[in-house]
Design a binder for this molecule. Structure first.
Ligand code: AOY
Length: 490
């Protein structure tokens, strides 16, 4: 093998799909399938991530004689049977198409926010001799569920933060930095971190997941899509116990905090402050012993100390430390135009523990109820943002809707008695935005001249015969996915 395992496109599929070429009706010349979200946790989905899959796996000369040979031997051993593998079919792709995949993929532009139950992309073979390749790639193409779901979940959290910011803050400018991605360690692989991290950056600009940034640079032409700042972890705080009395560990934490202020005299820094007692650290270290240094550092605009609690129930901890800090730094605090309390502009809090879309809402509600502005806070989210999602979060599915068999056009669909929610769409599909009622609608059976509707189809050909036909920049993707809140687009 001269390439990495899992780099043979022929084998990026489910075992059973290898046998499907023998199962379709004879004289099938076209198979046409589509991807949709059949509902789930959210009413809208952000379409994102197909371009990565296309560029990474499907573009160019991806089928070679060597890969066919490897796949043939693999299948012989895997199925313990000869000739289940369609060697002739794949060889046809090498001979006739020089190893470029004879497929057409049409998709809604990335970053589009589309209500569920609409077509998001379609796939069809362009060579009547190999109709089975359409669904061969279902396995790979359905993995689009992941970037799409993370982008959707991240955007929903942006909607929530934006609403509370609108109600309690003077400006919405900082929203794009209010949900920082902490999720690299919590995902299952570097590739997942890259894809999920990139999906979060569709909506926000703060991340510690470097893989996401590098992915966007390579596949979406934006060099630096995410930003971060110096921040401590517990090891950099608790090692200062070396300079403290064992029964006065807070002295070690004091030294660690003081060291941070000295080593990072300008810009934003974040200091995890719950090594021993978050309340003591806020009251005695930041609010007393180091208070003058914090104020002095804060005299230069742009210098911010961000205090990070990392344990306990945020609904209890956050109001308590907001109160402690508000009292300690009273002279520099103010009440904003919306009549909410704001800490000095050089002092903020980041809550990066126990954050998910549900706890986020509860926390924001509690903080608002305590009359503190949400501009005092930034959030970090890890596992819940990148890992606690699955294909059914947005109920993503890929289904065949149309075929041509012996020259006849056929509507193809399923309509299981045991679950009407699994009914699939029929025929050739197109997606329309109706300007009159401002709604998206998927038109079915567009091959039928009696049912065909003259519309502006939003689906664009992005891939044809092994080539990327249309490419989206991250900038335009972000623009499309923006959240609108009382006339502000964020
Ligand atoms: N990062 C803002 C910059 C990042 C982090 C990453 C797991 C940061 C913490 C912070 O302020 O506190 C992975 C946990 C924390």
């Amino acid at each position: 093998m001269s390439y990495n395992p899992c780099d043979n496109i022929i084998l990026i599929t489910d075992s059973y799909k290898i046998t499907h070429w023998k199962q379709y009706p004879p004289k099938t010349t076209k198979l046409y399938s589509y991807f949709e979200s059949r509902g789930g946790k959210f009413d809208n989905t952000v379409f994102f991530g197909l371009q990565y899959i296309l560029k990474r796996y499907l573009c160019g000369q991806v089928v070679t004689g060597e890969k066919i040979t490897e796949a043939k031997h693999f299948c012989r051993k895997h199925f313990q049977k000869e000739s289940l593998f369609n060697e002739k079919g794949w060889q046809h792709i090498v001979d006739r198409h020089n190893g470029y995949l004879p497929l057409r993929i049409r998709a809604v532009p990335e970053g589009s926010v589309i209500p569920t139950h609409n077509v998001l992309f379609t796939v069809e073979n362009t060579d009547p001799d190999v109709p089975w390749i359409t669904n061969w790639f279902e396995t790979l193409l359905l993995q689009c569920w992941y970037p799409m779901t993370v982008a959707t979940l991240s955007r929903e959290q942006k909607v929530i933060i934006s609403q509370y910011m609108y109600e309690t803050a003077d400006s919405l400018d900082k929203v794009v930095f209010q949900l920082h991605d902490f999720g690299y360690r919590g995902v299952s692989s570097v590739e997942q971190a890259a894809i999920g991290g990139a999906a979060h950056l569709v909506n926000f600009k703060g991340t510690d997941t470097l893989a996401g940034i590098q992915m966007i640079d390579k596949y979406y032409s934006e060099e630096m899509a995410g930003f971060s700042v110096p921040a401590t972890e517990h090891s950099t705080m608790t090692t200062w116990a070396a300079f403290a009395n064992p029964d006065a560990l807070l002295d070690g934490e004091l030294k660690a905090c003081e060291h941070m202020l000295k080593e990072f005299p300008d810009g934003i820094i974040s200091v995890v402050s719950d090594s021993y007692d978050i309340y003591e650290c806020c009251e005695k270290i930041w609010g007393d012993k180091l208070k003058d240094m914090v104020i002095e550092r804060g005299n230069t605009s742009g210098n911010v100390l961000v205090i990070r609690p990392d344990s306990g129930n945020p609904v209890e901890v956050l109001p308590k430390i907001l109160d402690i800090l508000y009292k300690a730094f009273k002279n520099d605090c103010h009440i904003n135009s919306k009549q909410f309390k704001v800490l000095p502009n050089y002092l903020r809090i980041i809550q990066g523990d126990a954050i998910n879309i549900d706890s986020l809402k509860t926390i924001l509600d509690k903080i608002k109820e305590c009359r503190f502005s949400i501009e005092n806070l930034v959030f970090g989210s890890g596992g819940s943002l990148l890992m606690r999602v699955h294909r059914d979060t947005n109920r993503c599915a890929f289904k065949c809707s149309y075929a041509e068999i012996d020259g006849r056009p056929i509507n193809v669909y399923k309509d299981p008695k045991t679950d009407p929610n699994k009914t699939s769409k029929k025929g050739i599909l197109s997606l329309e935005f109706n300007e009159k009622n401002q709604k998206f609608i998927t038109h079915e059976e567009q091959q039928d001249p009696n049912k065909k509707i003259a519309i502006n189809d939003l689906l664009e050909t992005v891939f044809q015969n092994g080539k990327l036909i249309k490419e989206y920049t991250f900038q335009e993707i972000r623009e499309r996915a923006k959240v609108e809140i009382n006339g502000h687009r964020i």
